[in-house]
Design a protein around this ligand. Sequence first.
Ligand code: BGC
Length: 741
Amino acid sequence: MKRVIVFLLLSAAIVTSCGDRPGRETILRNVDPRVDSLLRIMTLEEKIGQMVLFTSDWDVTGPTIREGYLDDIRSGRCGNIFNAYTVDYIRELQRVAVEESRLGIPLMFGYDVVHGHKTVFPIPLGESCSWDMDLIRRSASAAAAEAAASGLNWTFAPMADISVDPRWGRVSEGAGEDPYLGSMIARARVKGFQGSDLSNPLTVLACVKHFAAYGAPFGGRDYNTVDMSERQFREFYMPPYKAGVDAGALSVMTAFNEYDGVPATANAYLIKDLLKGDWNFQGFVVTDYTSINEVVHHGYARDDADAGVKAVNAGVDMDLQGEVYFNYLKGLVESGYVSQRRIDDAVRRILNVKAKLGLFDDPYRYCDNAREDKVVSNPEIKALSRDVARKSMVLLKNDSCLPFDRGDRIAVIGELAASKRDLLGSWKAAGEWDSISSILDAVRAYNGPANVIYAEGCKKMGTDRSGFKSAMDAVSQADKVLMVIGEDWDWSGEAASRTDIGVPGVQSELLQMIASSGKPVAVVLLNGRPLVLEEESMAADAILEAWYPGTMGAEAVTDLIFGQYNPSGKLTMTFPRNVGQIPIFYYEKNTGRPIYLPSDKYKSKYLDSPNDPLYPFGHGLSYTDFEYSDLTISSPVMKKGKTIEASVKVTNIGQRTGEETVQLYIRDLIGSVTRPVKLLKGFAKLTLAPGESKTVTFTISEDMLAFWKHDMTFGTEEGDFKVMVGGSSSELLQAAFTLVP
Ligand code: BGC
């Protein structure tokens, strides 16, 4: 018999504490009255059950729930499940929770819908290169619709971790190196996932992760120690998390790393003071996968129980798979290590989100087979995925090689050209690859099979050169060469750090051999991080960075290669010349001995490498050319609290219509602490026909000049500023103004 949740409609106490430590408190607004009614009748075990998140398994035979978990759902000891999807499976798990547990509290279902659910979009790093917030929002919204139509109501995304280290494999999941752009993207993705109404069954709860500073591990090695000044953290790493929270994300995931000597999953400063205190975060905090147990390995807790005390009292509301809350929390409350008040706070936060998801009105809200059939993999979502992929790709180099003409005889080379799986990248969610096109398939379909000669040439990994000869034979029969090289999909993402970020195996060797034939060679790159490409960029006539472009990626690559779409992506992460330059990013400081000083030796430089990167932040070519001119400032003086305008003329001086991303950077010349040589503060996208000019005007306001001053207050300082505008962080027109009282 269907059980009904018992609701005592008593007015809710809305002031709640974040834990035991005295300090800043969150005022939880608009708590659903049913939440406090429920809290009054829940046993301690049932409350702790809401703080537990367990994984389901997908194996070869299909979905299974781990042994014992069904009983835990039935007894109210597990209130949330992840890694389960499809309406039928989720409905069954929900039925057990709603109809067989004492209070019938619905489960929440999470999954890593990081860049699409069934229809996979480009990896987030690729998507960020579109610099198109509306597009990014729509891509997240489409992913949410597919996921929600498959029964899910929570995604573990967006990843808002800034990183300046391409050795770290998870840069593929982020939005690059820039805090301003990263913040805009975090906001767009949260808005896309959550929509304007969380109870809409085509939206899902977002989860901003990994809080905090997970993108800065020493040596780029995943899970490694992070240590940085608070100033560095606040200025460059914190903004995207805050932007995601300010955009309304109602869950936040802790990080695996430590911050300031304390594991993020037990870090009261991060969770209690900053997130729940200063930012007044309204949702709940979940650990990363067993990161609560890892507090012991970090050397911050004696055992799991001790880790539990430290995490829960730091403000962690939900334990993801660690079984620490499940096993120890009841005893910890009974013995006084954790207060009932802290438990109530955590459960109130979690239940309130469940209420907002509409699960108390209808626990089966996300379980509609007809909706699943209609929404999942529908043609509009696929068309959007193709469009996002086209706009994510970055033309790094083009010496009059691309676009190819339809009907050219093309040699297609490389294992990756024929690969389907690699197109999806890591975190492919429910994405399937059997039914999608490889780049080879798509090129054949567009160019005619008779005009395409394929040779694998070599594998993406390994040293086997036995295919080189057949590749050279294919090249000799062709007018032009399309070589697809890069990394295996599993070589970026989690636990995929590298010390050598060159193109693996003998792919580059084959490229150089092919280039020596004199035939025009265009390279398409499939990879999840900036790579070191010095040799490739000398050998190839054109390089198109396609990232892992998703379900429709092959068609999108073909659109660009043949000029059906004019490339418009711009890098959001610097491509170094060599690993020794890492960390490398455009917002460096000038130093006391900048490179431009006349001395030959005693300045900040390398003996064996230039300082500048191979491809800078903001770089990206088009099949047309843009000229920047006439940068003007509306006034050389800006009064505090007022605004001025910077205008620039952009002209399409090429032969094709194209889209350009006009970038605004500002430098504060002298401060109470040193400031970067430039910081992105705005951008505008515009489309120009051949010969057409447009004037772009940026409004510069005081908040764009603010920073964490020497006394750690956030604000501006009077003085001189430089304004820089251009089509990449390294090619900029300059003007100046002074901020006065
Ligand atoms: C990852 C998270 C992910 C979680 C759940 C962890 O290993 O770090 O990003 O959300 O697993 O799958």
